[in-house]
Design a protein around this ligand. Structure first.
Ligand code: CU
Length: 382
C-alpha cells in the first residue's frame, strides 16, 4: 500500500497533489472522547445487508414502536469503471456501486455503520450523512486510511430521503463526489408514509436512482483519456471539473445502467416510490407518460407531499422521493428533463410496466395516415 502510494506521488509529482499526502484531517477532526457515555444497551439491534442500486434492501414500511439500532457495513472500493463505451472513470465507490447503496431506517432509530477502507485503495475516505447531526455529518469522525475501518452511530431524528457522500477535506471533497462517492438513506416515519391528507400510504416497490455528473478528460485527438489509477486521474479531471461542464450525466453509474435489459420493472396498479439523489448538481426528474402522484420534492416526509407533478426538482446535495401508481402498461422513460442531459449525456432510465391498455385514458383514434392537403387540415389554422 505504501509502496503504491509512494509510486503515485513520484509519478504525479507531490506538488500537484498536496491533499493526497496530508496525513489526515477532514475539515476538522473532532475529539469527542470527553463526552458523557450514552446507554443504548436496552435497544434491539437489527442488521441489514446492503444491496446494489436501483434495488433497496428488504425493510418494513411501518416499524415497531421502539427504536432500534440498525447496523450496516460498507466497503469503499476504488476501481476503474467504463461509464460509456470508450469512456473510463477512475471511480471511488461506496460498496462497489455508483451510487452507493440506499439504507432504510425509521425515525428515532440509530444508524450504526461500519466503514471499511480496503487496503488496496490509495485514498483516505469518510462519510458525511446529511441525515445526521454534528461532526460534519459524521465526516470528521470517520476519516479512514486504506486498511482502516471505523464505526459511526447516529440517531436518525428527521424523516426523509437524504444524501450521504465522501468529504475528506478541501478539493478532495468535490473530486470524491464526482468520482462516484455518494448514496442515500431513507428515514421513514415510524408509522410509514402519509399522503397529502395525512392518511397512510404505502409503496409496492422502491427504486433508488442516483444521478451523477462525470468529468472525463479528453486527449488532443478528442478521445477520452484513461488513467492508471485514481491518483493519476486527478490533475486532468480537476481541470475538466472546474469548467463545470460534465462529459456525462448518468443514472446509476453509467450510460444505459437502467435501460434496455437493465430497465426497471413494475406492474399496472403498483405504486412505485422513486428515490432520486444528486450529490453535486441540480436535476429535474420526469416520468414520460406518467406523473408524480405524491412528491416529496425535497425528500422530507414531515412536509405535505405535492400532488400530480409533471417534473420535480432535485437540488444538488439532496434526495427527493416521488410515488406513482402506474395506470397503463408500456415502456416509460424516466429522465432528467434537461433533455440534452437525458438523451445526449446519458440521464435516462426505462420502466417496463406490464398490464392491459386502458382506452379510456388514451386511445389512438386514427393511426397515422396520409391526407389530402388540398382539402384537409386548413381549418386548423387561425
Ligand atoms: Cu472518498
Amino acid at each position: 500500500m505504501l509502496t503504491r502510494r509512494a509510486a503515485l506521488m513520484a509519478a504525479a509529482g507531490a506538488a500537484a497533489l498536496p491533499a493526497l499526502i496530508k496525513t489526515a484531517k477532514a475539515e476538522e477532526i473532532m475529539d469527542t472522547s470527553g463526552a458523557a457515555p450514552v446507554d443504548l444497551s436496552t435497544l434491539k439491534r437489527i442488521k441489514h445487508k446492503l444491496v446494489r442500486p436501483p434495488m433497496v434492501h428488504e425493510h418494513e414500511q411501518v416499524a415497531p414502536a421502539e427504536p432500534r439500532i440498525v447496523e450496516f457495513e460498507m466497503q469503499i472500493v476504488e476501481k476503474e469503471v467504463e461509464i460509456d463505451s470508450g469512456a473510463h472513470l477512475q471511480a471511488m465507490t461506496f460498496n462497489g456501486s455508483i451510487p452507493g447503496p440506499m439504507m432504510v431506517v425509521h425515525e428515532g432509530d440509530y444508524v450504526e455503520l461500519t466503514l471499511f477502507n480496503s487496503p488496496e485503495n490509495l485514498m483516505q475516505h469518510n462519510i458525511d450523512f446529511h441525515s445526521a447531526t454534528g461532526a460534519l455529518g459524521g465526516g470528521s469522525l470517520t476519516l479512514v486510511n486504506p486498511g482502516e475501518k471505523t464505526t459511526l452511530r447516529f440517531k436518525a431524528t428527521r424523516p426523509g430521503t437524504f444524501v450521504y457522500h465522501c468529504a475528506p477535506g478541501g478539493p478532495m471533497i468535490p473530486w470524491h463526489v464526482v468520482s462516484g462517492m455518494s448514496g442515500s438513506i431513507m428515514v421513514l416515519p415510524r408509522d410509514g408514509l402519509k399522503d397529502h391528507n395525512g392518511k397512510p400510504v404505502s409503496y409496492d416497490r422502491v427504486y433508488y436512482i442516483g444521478e451523477n455528473d462525470f468529468y472525463i478528460p479528453k486527449d488532443e485527438n478528442g478521445d477520452y483519456k484513461r488513467f492508471e489509477d485514481v491518483g493519476a486521474s486527478y490533475p486532468d479531471t480537476l481541470e475538466v471539473m472546474n469548467g463545470l461542464i460534465p462529459s456525462h450525466v448518468v443514472f446509476n453509474g453509467k450510460v444505459g445502467a437502467l435501460t434496455g435489459d437493465n430497465a426497471l420493472h413494475a406492474s399496472q396498479g403498483e405504486k412505485v416510490l422513486f428515490v432520486h439523489s444528486q450529490a453535486n448538481r441540480d436535476s429535474r426528474p420526469h416520468l414520460i407518460g406518467g406523473h408524480g402522484d405524491l412528491v416529496w420534492e425535497t425528500g422530507k416526509f414531515n412536509n405535505t407531499p405535492e400532488r400530480d407533478l409533471e417534473t420535480w426538482f432535485i437540488r444538488g446535495g439532496s434526495a427527493g422521493a416521488a410515488l406513482y401508481e402506474f395506470l397503463q402498461p408500456g415502456v416509460y422513460a424516466y429522465v432528467n428533463h434537461n433533455l440534452i442531459e437525458a438523451v445526449n449525456l446519458g440521464a435516462t432510465a426505462h420502466v417496463v410496466v406490464d398490464g392491459d391498455w386502458n382506452n379510456d385514458l388514451m386511445e389512438q383514434v386514427e393511426a397515422p395516415t396520409a391526407y389530402d392537403a388540398a382539402y384537409e387540415g386548413k381549418s386548423a389554422l387561425p
